[in-house]
Design a protein around this ligand. Structure first.
Ligand code: SAM
Length: 255
């Protein structure tokens, strides 16, 4: 039987095949959250579209008294998240669809303000109007002085930034080729493995119904500037970029 821990490990390797500096991205986010929460007794962190919580779990490793909420809509990743954190009362896994305008009213999310909201390789999937609405909700959910940190690939434009668009595509290609030749799962390999675990059969079936055709819809083009303006308009007073490598950015916003 493939255990949730094995699937989590394989997921992280698979994601790193698509995001060259994923570990550095996570470590950067974790360090900033630790500084923001330095004077908070029991910080509350939200991993938004967190899958089973790779990023959130890495962030709270630096914060011994922290509480973590992992929010996602994918039934398989949620099931793995529940299995991984079964013995960890400080972690809650919630089923939330960010396309639902009332997602922020989920009782676990709405219960208390967050000190930090983090996200990785996820928000670029949202349509611009949904992304803006999500950031506006975060303006209400994050405490004053708290932070949003979004690590995401914000693609160069093929027409107006063709040189960096090409260099990034070549860089991505090289990282993926090396990883797959070394035996790392592709995205499709990983899903095949996860969906063939009998314990996740029901979740896999629900996954197909829940995502439908949107599972294969390419993400919209949303620029770094768009993220930053949306965060500013949501009431965040300090907005910028903490870290970047080519199109891989960690965008931050302090409330
Ligand atoms: C590439 S995965 C990244 C997962 C995780 N953040 C990580 O870095 O390992 C993208 C995640 O975004 C989630 N997601 C995409 N659209 C979503 C939505 N509308 N509501 C909630 N989660 C969403 C997916 O279910 C998936 O877990």
């Amino acid at each position: 039987m493939t255990t949730p821990q094995e699937l989590a490990q394989r997921w992280d390797a698979q994601q790193t095949a698509y995001v060259r500096h994923r570990a550095e991205r996570f470590a950067t986010i974790a360090r900033v959250v630790a500084r923001i929460c330095a004077d908070t007794a029991s910080p509350r962190v939200l991993d938004l579209a967190g899958g089973f919580g790779s990023l959130g779990l890495a962030v709270i490793e630096q914060l011994p008294q922290a509480r973590l909420v992992i929010a996602d809509k994918d039934p398989v990743l949620l099931a793995i998240g529940n299995d991984l954190t079964r013995d960890r009362p400080e972690v809650e896994v919630v089923d939330v669809d960010l396309d639902d305008p009332d997602w922020h009213q989920h009782p676990v999310i709405a219960a208390e303000p967050f000190d930090a909201v983090v996200s990785s390789t996820a928000l670029h999937w949202l349509q611009p109007e949904i992304l803006t609405a999500v950031y506006w909700r975060l303006g209400e959910l994050v405490r004053p002085g708290g932070i949003v940190l979004n690590g995401d690939n914000l693609a160069y434009d093929e027409h107006s930034e063709p040189t960096l668009h090409r260099i990034t595509a070549e860089d991505d290609q090289a990282v993926q080729q090396a990883a797959f030749e070394a035996g790392t799962d592709t995205w499709d390999d990983w899903w095949k493995a996860a969906e063939s675990v009998p314990e996740y059969a029901d979740a896999a079936e629900l996954r197909g119904r829940r995502w439908g055709a949107s599972l294969h819809t390419p993400p919209p083009k949303v620029t770094l500037g768009f993220h930053q303006e949306a965060l500013r308009s949501a009431g965040f007073r300090e907005v910028g970029t903490v870290w970047r490598h080519l199109d891989d950015h960690v965008v931050y916003a302090v409330r």
